[in-house]
Design a protein around this ligand. Structure first.
Ligand code: NAG
Ligand code: NAG
Length: 406
């Protein structure tokens, strides 16, 4: 038992206790441990451990004291599972030393479409360590064979980890690989910190965003290392007060706000107060991007700071694209009704693989305003790159290369 505990994350402190192991959770009180193996999970990568995981969670969640679900080393086969709150305590820890393996094939997420593992309506949760292996390859192959209309022929797939309708959540040291769809999703939650998340999926894997944040507030991401086939971090509609700091991205599609203006059933697609600080992009298609579809959907993006970024071989280091339409089919020729304002780019350097390193392609009907650039130096082929502006107003301060077209 002790050797096993040594694998676990340092957020928890081992306390010797008369009756056996006990734990002090982040809240400081001694807590009870619910080991999935005691519930019948087998670390053999073959035996379905979904029910043991759910039962261990249910007992931990019912505990009036701080409680820990413990996943020891080994590989556990787990199907779609929702770890449901609210819990009796505000200090539940999900401590993972081993690997959670998704079922093989695809289409196994029918019990909770679009999701593999979900924490739902939990207040005061720590998820620590662990590897999630989404085994996405068969689904990606299906989508790659149907590039024009993958939705007709293949299921959309399951995101590996979703934190939904929750508060005060810390995820630390998680590794997510080969998700069918998004790797980590924060949905309708408030106060979520993602520390040291690692994401790994091939460059050509479709829709495998690293971290997707949706309808949430006060979400922070620190020290993420993301290699994937879509956006490293994507900020969807309805988000405010986000802080994203020290993210390495590549391969991938960059850090994106949006796409906005395309969601069914959402009236307001607002994004407000987002800071993206100290990022490294290596071989990515985009660096710092804001994208909206051409549509009459109302909304705004206001108060975004992109600060201290290094671009190494990036196609579009800085881009605002208000005519986003990736498949180039069925695109609207409307101008976007999403208003983008107060966006700052400070201290951005490196090199682009295309001549135009800065693109502001804003809406005709709702031009971008209050865009500012300060201390930017982007090269192309050992020369200064170019910039391109449409429907944008702003100013530049200090050294800005390419010369700003604001
Ligand atoms: C912006 O978001 C940050 C990070 O969550 C927060 O600390 C700050 O108070 C917010 N600013 C405003 C004006 O709400
Ligand atoms: C900007 O958007 C227009 C309209 O869709 C498109 O024709 C043009 O190529 C875009 N320009 C850049 C530089 O992306």
């Amino acid at each position: 038992m002790l050797g096993l505990l040594a694998h676990l994350h340092a957020a928890l402190v081992f306390l010797p206790n008369n009756g056996g192991p006990a734990w002090a959770g982040p809240g400081g009180g001694a807590g009870a441990v619910y080991d999935v193996v005691r519930y019948g999970a087998r670390p053999d990568g073959m035996t379905d451990a979904t029910l043991p995981f759910l039962r261990a969670w249910a007992d931990a969640c019912r505990s009036p004291r701080p409680a820990t679900v413990l996943v020891p080393p080994g590989v556990f086969l787990v199907g779609s599972a929702t770890f449901m709150g609210p819990c009796a305590t505000r200090a539940v820890t999900f401590a993972v030393a081993g690997t959670l393996l998704a079922p093989s094939g695809y289409g196994w997420d029918s019990a909770s479409p679009g999701r593999w593992l979900t924490f739902e309506s939990v207040e005061g949760l720590a998820v620590s360590g662990g590897t999630l292996d989404g085994r996405g390859a068969p689904l990606w192959a299906c989508k790659q064979q149907q590039p024009q209309q993958p939705r007709l022929h293949c299921p959309s797939g399951a995101s590996s980890l979703t934190i939904s309708n929750s508060r005060d959540v810390v995820v630390d040291g998680l590794r997510s690989m080969n998700s069918e769809l998004f790797h980590v999703v924060v949905l309708q939650s408030n106060g979520v910190t993602l520390n040291r998340v690692t994401v790994d999926a091939p460059e050509d894997s479709p829709n495998t965003d690293g971290i997707h944040i949706h309808m949430s507030s006060h979400v922070s991401v620190y020290d993420a290392n993301i290699r994937t086939g879509d956006d490293c971090v994507s900020v969807g509609p309805g988000n405010s007060n986000l802080w994203i700091e020290r993210v390495a991205c590549g391969p991938g599609h960059g850090i994106s706000i949006g796409s906005l203006g395309h969601q069914q059933g959402l009236d307001m697609e607002d994004v407000q107060n987002v800071t993206v600080k100290t990022t490294w992009f290596t071989g990515t298609s985009n660096g710092l991007r804001i994208k909206t579809w051409g549509s009459s959907k109302q909304g705004f993006v206001r108060g975004v700071t992109f600060e201290d970024a290094t671009m190494t071989g990036v196609h579009n280091p800085i881009i605002i694209d208000q005519n986003y339409c990736p498949q180039k089919v069925g695109c609207s020729d409307r101008s976007s009704s999403i208003k983008i304002s107060e966006v700052k780019y400070v201290d951005i350097r490196g090199w682009s693989t295309t001549p135009v390193a800065v693109t502001f392609n804003c809406s005709r009907s709702h031009p971008c305003s209050g865009i500012s650039m300060q201390d930017v130096k982007l090269m192309y082929d050992r020369r200064v790159a170019k910039s391109s502006c449409r429907n944008v107003q702003g100013r530049s301060v200090g050294l800005v290369l390419p010369p700003s077209c604001l």
